[in-house]
Write a protein that binds this ligand. Structure first.
Ligand SMILES: [Zn+2]
Ligand SMILES: [Zn+2]
Length: 349
């Protein structure tokens, strides 16, 4: 798992970009045997025996089906036949839609039937965990293995846990807990952590060894100085215009795609955040409102431009951890390294 070097012509295209480079450690999780002593995803944590295991008491979202009475379903079918254009609802349908929404109640998300069976309305409603839910160990990261791991207060170990449900609070996915520790202080360890309920299988990571690799990456275009950003915009426009011209050199095409060339996909620690989905959002510390540091990216895959692609012999890196965030997105943890208790905020792309 070695990232191909940045082609020299790629940097030459953007004068001054070089000095904005920042290191990040790509984690390259791959299924394998892990122990509490390792850095890993989905393995056992070195957890102090006398410290309570974190639990979650944030309500989670459940999908419910509400039967639609037969007469309402019949009226709906009749109204459907009044359509003059297949994709435009009739006024009667709109009225019935409102009627169904009122019947299904808060959290209404639509209706439908399976195999022409009875009609059901769908809703998502918050439900509290019956008891505070023991969290799942997501990752254990040692500064000794991961050069870009922040070390607030001299910590050299970060443990990340989450509750494997879709929750009713932003950013809607798992709730997350961080523990910053000093390895030397960990002596008497918990043998068997409690097991909690699982709402979403794709939030339960498969045990993976890490193969950390430090690389340099560059800011998201919107975070570049104006002159460089203009240059990136021009290249992207050019790229769009030339999209039809098959003759375009492959290497040139790759260089023109700034984000794919300069930003690392996949699980990583440190570096820059990719804001392709929402455009940059402020990430102030929830406590002091000061700046935060991108601490961890939990990604659904390692897909990117050719230089980031692991060798085919490496198995399918997209399936390595089994973790899929949102709609194949990434969860990013931004931590405040100035506040003593290291508050953090989550962003999902
Ligand atoms: Zn929860
Ligand atoms: Zn702070």
């Amino acid at each position: 798992m070695i990232t191909a070097p940045l082609p020299p012509e790629a940097l030459a295209r953007y004068p001054g970009l070089e000095r904005l480079g920042r290191t990040t450690t790509r984690l390259h999780p791959r299924p394998g045997a892990v122990t509490p002593a390792d850095s890993h995803v989905g393995g056992p944590l070195r957890w102090p025996a006398d410290e309570p295991w974190p639990t979650c008491d944030v309500p989670y979202m459940v999908h419910e089906e509400v039967p639609i009475p037969a007469d309402l379903a019949t009226r709906m079918r009749t109204a459907e036949r009044g359509r003059t254009r297949a994709n435009v609802l009739t006024d009667d349908e709109l009225d019935l839609h409102r009627e169904i929404a009122a019947l299904v109640g808060p959290g209404f998300s639509g209706w439908g039937s399976r195999n022409d069976g009875p009609l059901f309305g769908h809703r998502y409603v918050p439900r509290p965990h019956p008891v505070p839910n023991p969290m799942v160990a997501l990752a254990q990261l040692r500064a000794a293995d991961i050069p870009d791991l922040p070390r607030p207060g001299g910590a050299d170990l970060l443990q990340v846990l989450w509750c494997p449900f879709e929750h009713s609070e932003a950013p809607w996915g798992p709730t997350v807990r961080l523990r910053w520790r000093r390895e030397a202080e960990l002596t008497d360890l918990l043998a068997e952590p409690p097991r909690g309920e699982v709402g979403t299988d794709r939030y339960v990571p498969r045990p993976c060894r890490l193969h950390p690799e430090q690389v340099v990456e560059y800011p998201y275009p919107d975070e570049l100085p104006d002159d460089l950003r203009r240059l990136v915009d021009e290249d992207d426009d050019e790229d769009d215009e030339e999209a039809d011209e098959e003759a375009e050199e492959e290497a040139e095409e790759e260089a023109a795609d700034y984000v794919a060339t300069f930003m690392a996909p996949g699980w990583k620690v440190g570096g820059y955040a990719n804001w392709s989905l929402t455009d940059p959002r402020p990430t102030p510390c929830p406590r002091c409102a000061g700046p935060t540091t991108l601490t961890l990216v939990v990604d659904s895959w390692e897909r990117g431009a050719a230089r980031w692609q692991p060798p085919p012999s490496d198995g399918d890196p997209d399936e390595a951890t089994g973790v899929v965030v949102g709609r194949h997105g990434a969860l990013r943890v931004f931590a405040c390294l100035s506040c003593p208790d290291v508050p953090f905020l989550l962003d999902q792309q």
